[in-house]
Design a protein around this ligand. Sequence first.
Ligand SMILES: *[C@@H]1O[C@H](CO)[C@@H](O)[C@H](O)[C@H]1NC(C)=O
Ligand SMILES: *[C@@H]1O[C@H](CO)[C@@H](O)[C@H](O)[C@H]1NC(C)=O
Length: 140
Amino acid sequence: MKYLLLTCFLLAVADAQLTVPPSNPITSSDVLRLYNIMVAPFISQCICATGVNPVFVDRFLTKFEFPNDACFKCFLKCLATSLSITHPDGSMYVETVLKIIPSANATMNTQCDNQSKDNLDLCERIWLYGQCYASFVGLA
Ligand SMILES: *[C@@H]1O[C@H](CO)[C@@H](O)[C@H](O)[C@H]1NC(C)=O
Ligand SMILES: *[C@@H]1O[C@H](CO)[C@@H](O)[C@H](O)[C@H]1NC(C)=O
């Protein structure tokens, strides 16, 4: 319940702060700001739950890298679950994605979901989706 409330609060904050006009290219500082608002509260919980090497998390947060590491992939899944952006089957809640992820649009979601959906490993699937998103918005 505490996390649910926190998530709602964070989504509201992110919504208020994140008005990236579609014509403006996304900048890494937009993303880092967003991640610091939305991800920070779940970092310890997801690091402990997945046993990910914190160095990988740091690379993700500071350089937007997606290290090819099983625990890191599950760390991403843990965050996505904490933020309620994925269905239990691994597909995205499109409306939430479009609302909270900078420069996300339906084209990106369709393409990235399509590229990752055949992966039955849900950690791997969110990792692929995240990389696809990063390359779509020009961060990778
Ligand atoms: C989605 O975003 C991409 C990259 O920012 C852009 O090229 C594309 O036109 C957008 N599509 C829609 C439907 O807005
Ligand atoms: C998904 O990808 C496949 C193969 O790349 C393509 O044939 C198909 O049209 C795509 N589907 C959608 C909904 O984009």
